[in-house]
Design a binder for this molecule. Structure first.
Ligand SMILES: NC(=O)c1ccc[n+]([C@@H]2O[C@H](COP(=O)([O-])OP(=O)(O)OC[C@H]3O[C@@H](n4cnc5c(N)ncnc54)[C@H](OP(=O)(O)O)[C@@H]3O)[C@@H](O)[C@H]2O)c1
Length: 279
């Protein structure tokens, strides 16, 4: 199987490159192929003829997207529509990644794969929803996989930030009213691999580590696992000023695929060797 991985230098992209080592891989990031360049996307994929395209390329700066919604829409929205058309015309299956942030975050029991309406609360979420909409309108054979709250090597992420902060502080103020589905890139990459090899029907999936947590729960668990004595001050989102609003209850429910391991087991695995796959 020849897999083209777009966004290969991102946090998930690195995990995908690692996971698919046994397959033939073409790993591209912006320098090799800017996915907003419609002509280049058409020419490159026509020349490459991969068996599958995995799109992990995205504009992921949630704060900056508030000031640059057009840039976010270009990468997360219109480029995805063009990829969907290009792959559809060439009969190449497309696996595209999306996010819990497409949902408003008001559903206590969590969102299932086909839940609507979505009503994202920030520009990043709206741009990812635009991508989903264009993919569904114009795509042919695709898996749309939503995930959430990613952590892993090769990226700025909450788990790594807390791990580092615990070396220099004994008090942390952490938001405790946002509930989500923390997900390890290594586990997600493996689940995406089996989604493909199982020949799961095309459609929408939620792949996240099991269990629900707040950022404060996660910080407390990291401190416990690292045997650090820490005072965690649990604060409300309203007390932590950010440009972009975050959904409060954006937990995803995976009703279609085997569950991934619980988030705290994944964090423990990561903390045993945080840069394990950093090569
Ligand atoms: N991180 C999370 O917590 C999270 C949660 C839910 C869903 N997701 C989704 O999961 C996927 C992977 O996220 P991630 O955290 O791995 O993202 P990431 O670390 O930001 O990686 C995205 C990669 O895409 C590249 N890129 C940006 N614009 C591009 C363009 N025009 N053409 C080609 N490549 C481009 C980025 O390059 P530059 O860095 O140079 O811009 C980066 O290497 C995304 O679809 C994201 O929306 C992420």
């Amino acid at each position: 199987m020849h897999v083209a991985i777009l966004g290969a230098k991102g946090m998930l992209g690195h995990a995908l490159v690692q996971e698919f080592q046994g397959e033939e891989i073409t790993a591209w990031d912006k320098e090799e192929l800017d996915i907003t360049d419609e002509q280049a996307v058409g020419e490159y994929l026509a020349a490459l003829e991969p068996d599958i395209v995995m799109n992990a390329a995205a504009y992921t700066d949630v704060e900056r997207a508030e000031d640059e919604p057009d840039e976010a829409d270009a990468v997360n929205g219109h480029a995805v529509g063009n990829l969907a058309v290009t792959c559809g015309e060439a009969d190449i299956p497309l696996l595209h990644l999306s996010t819990d942030y497409v949902f408003q975050g008001t559903k206590g029991e969590g969102y299932a794969e086909d839940d609507e309406p979505m009503n994202p609360v920030n520009a990043y979420g709206r741009s990812k929803l635009l991508g989903e909409t264009l993919l569904k309108e114009t795509g042919k054979n695709f898996w749309l996989v939503r995930t959430a709250w990613l952590f892993g090597p090769h990226g700025k992420n909450f788990v790594e930030t807390i791990r580092e902060r615990l070396n220099s502080t004994t008090t942390l103020r952490v938001v405790s009213d946002q509930h989500g589905s923390l997900t390890y890139t290594k586990d997600l990459a493996r689940a995406l691999h089996t989604l493909i090899t199982d020949r799961a029907p095309y459609g929408t999936y939620h792949l996240i580590n099991s269990g629900v947590a707040t950022w404060a729960d996660i910080a407390a668990e990291i401190a416990r696992l690292l045997n650090k004595n820490i005072l965690i001050e649990r604060i409300a989102s309203a007390d932590y000023q950010t440009k972009a609003r975050r959904p409060l209850l954006s937990t995803l429910r995976n009703t279609k695929r085997p569950p991934l391991r619980p988030w705290n087991k994944a964090v423990a695995d990561y903390l045993r060797n945080p840069r394990a796959s950093a090569a």
